[in-house]
Design a protein around this ligand. Structure first.
Ligand code: NAD
Length: 264
């Protein structure tokens, strides 16, 4: 079923071949937005994702394989979006990676990659998207931060630094656009069972010699009072709200959807 609240808009979602990004891309397409998919993956599978979104929601899609750690590839993706759709109306900075290690053991190249993909890429997409948004006097920028944008966890130094950074960047973007029709906000999810988190579940199961199910329960019990994972579909619903006219004075917030994680 398709709604029409975002008909005629174009949404670019970085890291949308999987997990949260894909959930948000589908939710925006359901409202009628054309979609620019980005992220890694098998070519045939990505083509199938495009076909499904186009068929399910009667919108157009393109895919760009820009590596979010490479500024010149981000420029090419933004240009391709402009060429096809005349610019980006809704920008969702979602691509992200994780690495878990104590600071003294943290591989330097992993630190650099996490900062580049989880933080710096949003600076590049935003700086390139803003001129056209300001000219149209309408735009929505949604940065997918994390509960780790608000609180820390041991062994996640680069991730927590990048996510706190993107919450700060969100506030500055919101201030610089405050008197325009462009808004910028962050969403801070708790645990969502995506490939990024499944890796941490697998590591926990292996380290503790427990089942996959028990590892999931352990992960949730440690941080997320609801004891349940947040879903990409729920995050898609929040993204749709932030794109609505009703949310036009929601500016610069870091909106938690974390099963109570950061209420503690
Ligand atoms: P995921 O691994 O399912 O998806 C990550 C996406 O980013 C994939 O499409 C992948 O191809 C893409 N990607 C990775 N490196 C890239 C690069 N260099 N260039 C372009 N694309 C790249 O992970 P997810 O859990 O859906 O994570 C999405 C975002 O949500 C991340 O920013 C993550 O930090 C954040 N987040 C996740 C959780 C969670 O519990 N899963 C919680 C809070 C925040």
């Amino acid at each position: 079923m398709q709604n029409t609240s975002l008909q005629g808009k174009t949404a670019l979602v970085t890291g949308s071949t999987s997990g949260i990004g894909l959930g948000i891309a589908r939710a925006l397409a359901q409202q009628g937005a054309h979609i620019v998919l980005n992220g890694f993956g098998d070519t045939a599978e990505i083509k199938a994702l495009q076909t499904t979104i186009e068929k399910d929601f009667n919108v157009k899609t393109i895919y760009h394989n820009a590596d979010m750690s490479k500024p010149e590839e981000i420029v090419a993706m933004m240009q391709a979006t402009s060429d096809k759709f005349g610019g980006v109306d809704i920008l969702v900075n979602n691509a992200g990676i994780q690495h878990v290690a104590n600071i003294e053991d943290f591989p330097v190249e992993k630190w650099d990659a996490i900062i580049a993909i989880n933080l710096t890429s949003a600076f590049h997409t935003t700086r390139l998207a803003l001129p056209a948004m300001k000219q149209k006097n309408w735009g929505r920028i949604i940065n997918i931060a994390s509960a780790h944008g608000l609180v820390g966890s041991a062994q996640k130094s680069a991730y927590v630094a990048a996510k706190h950074g993107i919450v700060g960047f969100t506030k500055v973007t919101a201030l610089e656009t405050a008197q325009t029709g462009v808004t910028c906000n962050a969403i801070c999810p708790g645990w969502v069972l995506t490939p990024l988190v499944q890796k941490q579940v697998d590591a926990r199961a292996a380290n503790e010699g427990i089942s996959n199910d028990d590892a999931k329960k352990g992960l949730l019990a440690e941080k997320q009072p609801s004891g349940e994972f947040v879903t990409p579909e729920q995050l898609g619903t929040l993204a749709v709200f932030l794109c609505s006219e009703g949310a036009s004075q929601v500016r610069g917030v870091a909106w938690s959807m974390d099963g109570g994680w950061t209420a503690q």
